[in-house]
Design a protein around this ligand. Structure first.
Ligand SMILES: C[S@@+](CC[C@H](N)C(=O)[O-])C[C@H]1O[C@@H](n2cnc3c(N)ncnc32)[C@H](O)[C@@H]1O
Length: 667
């Protein structure tokens, strides 16, 4: 319930206070409501159903302003003037910000000032900066500062030498990634404060320009290879006012498309109105209401998302008839699993790539259906892409040659791992069906070798793809079944036998627990597939340089794959998870004690801290400098394609004078 509306005094361009005399809220206004957690909701005041209909006096105030209808006041980006003090471009006549102050998208003053302060204070503002992520203190700051915001875009293999227009850049999280990786980036953001934050996030990137403008007052030139709407299209019904939300969405799409070169592409990141997580009990991301999208948004005035089919039709109507959909889980904002959205027609068990439950940061959620089990049923029914939690869509009039890889990927599933790990171990894993291989590689400049000498070794590589279901799927079935304890104990016993067979060293520690080789660190139930030929380990990435004990691996499996993934559903049966873990491990090792359990927990915490880079992880040297940075990274990527022996010759032959060349070809 709103008890108070606070309207802070404004200030003019020179910082002098300007008192607010009156606050008028009218139908058709856009307001941001911010709760005590700093979670903001931006909405349009148009609850016309309450007191009026289209015939009521005043209804005409809710009017539609399409770019066409506002042409007379529209401006081009080339007419904008650079504001030295702010670092951004503004329309000449809006120099004092007067015309912009009513643009109301906001997480709240306190939250946005905090984000600006954090970015100003941090010395490393690069994409996935660990330093910045340490400033995240709530959902709003996490959203703008945490690593992983560009995961979904990263997997697309977009060409680097392109000019990009980002519409609605927010606080610059994606802008930073685009600026580091592409030739030229223009950001347009309606909120002056957010535009300043975008600039600050990209402060050392001289290939990035930030414009503060309301899209409705803008006319774009068709000069971009790529236009991005990331988390923006759904706000069309709010910001492109119209009685008809679908018409508003179409208008925003026409506007975005007008900026494309003939063979440019539009890229859209957006939630799926009927995403799996919503059926399972996650609140709608924009309205916070349960089942709101699934029920077709019965309450108007909010942002609005679409199904895959609806989005395809809307895009086709905007002249973009070639659409490539990617399915993102848990969503497009912090995507960890990105599935190429076409059904290959074979049994590749793509649902194995989806992690669950979907975390809904900043929103409450319920756990009505087991997401992991439902994902498999949807996959088997050929419907998993229809029910993706979010989409990333690449749309064009025809497939442009430069975007061939982004529109016709040769991989089926990608996983991006950047959260909670040392930066040099940020990784991308991809499944290539044609060669039946899964390739894992570091995404940030350096190879795993940099971690040499640290206790947790990191060795990403290429492995064979295995058909079958993960053991954790059998665990999930057990969780929802009657004889849960017995089934889990039986699965654990089978796992334990395989663990000893593969990794046992034949001796035990002084308490009699068998020792296993440290490279089994990742051999836990969530990383094991039951294939027709037996159990196969996958995703082996981390290895400990010390010998481990079998009960520790049982502890890990229970902690991550039995309890961690299933906690919300398990909670209905098990009230003390430690007691449950100890009892289950005792079915294999009767002497397993609480003390031993605590010891395993401490070891797990320590090794995870090592993985996060907290115990002497690799120092990170951020050296991005605008255009030079994207060019350098493009050359490095190309250099990686050169055979190793030729690379070595180039490095040797380049001599001290050309150390920069050597560094590009080394490693
Ligand atoms: C949900 S945020 C997404 C921000 C950013 N793309 C990201 O992913 O972090 C939507 C942004 O679009 C901006 N926006 C929405 N409609 C706009 C309009 N008509 N003109 C200018 N900016 C707009 C808002 O100010 C807001 O910063």
């Amino acid at each position: 319930m709103i008890e108070q509306i606070t309207v802070p005094d404004g200030h003019d361009r020179n910082g002098a206070p300007v008192a607010v005399a009156r606050l008028d809220l009218q139908m058709g206004d856009v307001v941001s409501l911010v709760d005590h957690t700093s979670a903001g909701k931006t909405t349009l005041i148009n609850d016309s159903g309450l007191g009026c209909n289209q015939d009521s006096p005043g209804y005409a105030d809710i009017h539609f302003e399409s770019p066409g209808s506002t042409m007379r006041q529209s401006r081009r980006l080339t007419d904008f003037a650079y504001q030295e003090d702010l670092g951004i471009y503004m329309p000449e006549e809006d120099g004092n910000g007067a015309g912009l102050e009513r643009f109301a998208y906001s997480d709240g003053d306190e939250a946005e000032d905090y984000v600006l302060g954090a970015i100003r204070e941090a010395s490393d503002v690069s994409d996935n900066s660990p330093e910045l992520s340490r400033y995240a203190r709530d959902w709003a700051s996490y959203y703008h500062l945490a690593p992983g915001r560009a995961n979904a875009i990263r997997v697309l293999d977009l060409p680097r030498d392109i000019s990009v227009l980002e519409l609605g850049s927010g606080c610059g999280a994606i802008s930073r990634y685009l600026g580091e990786n592409h030739r030229e980036l223009h950001c347009v953001e309606g909120s002056p404060r957010r535009a300043v934050i975008t600039r600050e996030r990209c402060r050392d990137l001289d290939n990035v320009k930030v414009y503060c403008a309301d899209f409705r007052k803008l006319e774009l030139d068709p000069s971009y290879d790529l236009v991005l709407l990331n988390g923006v299209l759904e706000y069309a019904p709010v910001f492109f006012r119209s009685g008809d939300p679908d018409e508003a969405t179409a208008a925003l799409l026409r506007f975005a498309t007008s900026a494309l070169k003939k063979d440019g592409v539009l890229l859209i990141g957006i939630e799926n109105k009927i995403g799996l997580k919503y059926w399972c009990g996650a609140s709608e991301d924009h309205t916070g209401r349960l089942f709101d999208g699934i029920q077709g948004y019965p309450t108007s005035g909010s942002a609005r998302t679409y199904t895959r089919r609806e989005l395809t039709r809307i895009l086709e109507a905007a002249g973009l008839s070639v659409c490539t959909f990617y399915s993102c889980f848990p969503d497009y904002k912090f995507a960890t699993s990105i599935l190429a959205g076409s059904d290959p027609g074979s049994d590749f068990n793509i649902h194995n790539w989806i992690e669950y439950p979907a975390e809904c940061l900043g929103l409450s959620r319920e756990y009505l259906i087991h997401e992991g089990l439902a994902a498999k049923v949807l996959y088997d029914a050929g419907l998993i892409h229809e029910f993706a939690n979010s989409f990333l869509v690449v749309a064009a009039a025809e497939t442009p040659k430069a975007f061939e890889r982004a529109m016709h990927p040769d991989w089926l599933a990608s996983k991006v791992s950047v959260a909670n790990r040392d930066r040099v171990a940020h990784c991308m894993t991809r499944f290539y069906p044609q060669t039946a291989t899964v390739e894992k590689r570091c995404i940030e400049y350096v190879s795993g070798a940099v971690r040499d000498g640290l206790p947790m070794g990191h060795a990403p590589g290429t492995e064979r793809w295995h058909p079958g279901q993960l053991l954790s799927y059998e665990v999930a079935r057990a969780v929802m079944s009657k004889h849960f304890r017995e089934t889990v104990a039986a699965l654990l016993a089978e796992y334990h036998a395989e663990l000893l067979r593969r990794f046992g060293v034949g001796t035990a520690d002084d308490e009699g627990f068998p020792l296993v080789r440290g490279e089994c660190f990742d051999f836990i139930m969530g990383n094991i597939i039951r294939t027709p030929g037996g159990l196969e380990g996958i995703d082996e990435e981390w290895a400990s340089d010390r010998t481990l004990t079998a009960d520790y691996l049982l502890f890990r499996s229970l902690c991550h794959d039995v309890i961690g993934r299933n906690k919300p559903w398990l909670g209905q049966t098990i009230h003390d998870v430690d007691e449950f873990s100890i009892t289950t491990i005792r079915t294999i090792y009767p002497s397993y004690s609480r003390r031993r359990h605590e010891r395993n927990r401490s070891l797990e915490e320590m090794l995870m801290a090592e993985i996060r880079g907290e115990l002497g992880g690799t120092a990170w040297n951020s050296s991005h400098s605008g255009t030079a940075a994207w060019l350098k990274r493009a050359i490095k990527a190309a250099a990686r394609q050169v055979p190793a022996d030729i690379r070595a010759k180039i490095v040797r032959g380049s001599g001290a004078l050309h150390s920069k060349v050597a560094s590009l070809f080394a490693g």
